[in-house]
Write a protein that binds this ligand. Structure first.
Ligand code: INI
Length: 154
């Protein structure tokens, strides 16, 4: 039996972060959490690049571009999508999730989602650095593990 398992070292790895400005009062907490996690697992600040996009709908575009650069060990996507009065929310959430899944299915660069999809601000706030943790931090941890398993599964 052979078991493949990525470790949690971010040393000598490069990370791309895509973050949306929409709901920035929450997304900036996700960014802080992600950077904190990467640093505490050994990533150097100069090995972290950040691309800002207007909203979650645009995250997929920038993530795809970063994947094509072939420079990053993993890409971390951060955003907050909140249910509103119209079905717009469903389309934005569906679109970004589908594109991130497509990038992953290409099998070149792992992409992780630190995108909060919530019914209201309270739910989102709980996941952006308060009582339910910080989805940016946990997404960064997943990115580190995926970066390492990607190195193993060559
Ligand atoms: N973008 C978000 O990041 N979160 C949202 O909750 C959201 N809602 O609900 O409207 C949102 N919309 C903007 C969208 O992502 C695009 O930036 C915009 O439509 C321009 O393409």
């Amino acid at each position: 039996m052979k078991i493949f398992e990525g470790n949690l070292s971010a040393a000598d790895k490069r990370f791309g972060i895509v973050i949306s400005r929409f709901n920035e009062f929450l997304t900036k907490n996700l960014l802080e959490g992600a950077i904190d996690c990467l640093r505490r697992h050994g990533a150097k600040e100069e090995d972290i690049d950040i691309a800002w996009v207007p909203g979650a709908f645009e995250i997929g575009f920038a993530a795809r571009k970063m994947a094509a650069m072939k420079k990053y060990s993993a890409i971390i996507c951060l955003g907050v999508i909140l249910r509103g009065a119209t079905p717009h929310f469903e389309y934005v959430a569906g679109q970004v999730t589908r594109i991130l899944g497509q990038i992953n299915s290409e099998g070149l660069v792992p992409v992780v989602s630190g995108i909060i999809i919530a019914d209201n601000i309270e739910q989102a706030t709980e996941r952006a650095g308060t009582k339910m943790g910080n989805k940016g931090w946990s997404a960064a941890l997943s990115a580190i593990e995926m970066a390492n398993i990607n190195q193993i599964l060559k």
